[in-house]
Write a protein that binds this ligand. Structure first.
Ligand code: ZN
Length: 150
């Protein structure tokens, strides 16, 4: 099942790719159903908070009519940054499944770990490496294309 939902997150990342945004995608799953989707739209919306995870959380909260996403799982192609990891903790998401690590910004275990901070009142289950090759190559392809088109 993890692979299936990560494929959906990758579809979101492809939407970002097609509009020249850094291709990151996320979905939120509740009781087997996708209730939130998002892809990075930072440039399009001129909004530094318009990351895939934030947009997916907003949609999921609207769907459940609740800010707590306790029994939800988020699937995201790239390890969330500090802002998104903070939002994930604040939304009380129960489980986080990631495609690939972000060695420069990842705050779910790589650069820093906000998902299992000993002093925070919410911790969650985290998993790395679901469809890792696809999730990392979509980003490297994007940046290669960007360099070639300069
Ligand atoms: Zn982020």
């Amino acid at each position: 099942m993890d692979i299936l939902y990560m494929r959906e997150a990758l579809k979101e990342a492809e939407k970002a790719y097609s509009i020249y945004e850094v291709p990151v995608g996320a979905v939120v799953v509740y009781e087997g159903e996708i209730i939130g989707r998002g892809y990075n739209q930072r440039e399009t919306l001129n909004d530094p908070t318009a990351h895939a995870e934030i947009l997916a959380i907003k949609e999921a909260s609207k769907h459940l009519d609740a800010w707590r996403l306790l029994n939800c799982t988020m699937y995201v192609t790239l390890e969330p940054c500090a802002m998104c990891a903070g939002a994930i903790v604040n939304a009380r998401i129960g489980r986080l499944v990631m495609g690939t690590r972000d060695p420069k910004r990842g705050c779910c275990g790589t650069v820093e770990d906000l998902t299992n901070h000993p002093k925070f009142n919410h911790r969650l289950e985290v998993e790395f490496g679901v469809l890792e090759d696809e999730c990392s190559s979509i980003i490297s392809d994007f940046f290669r294309e960007l360099r070639e088109n300069k």
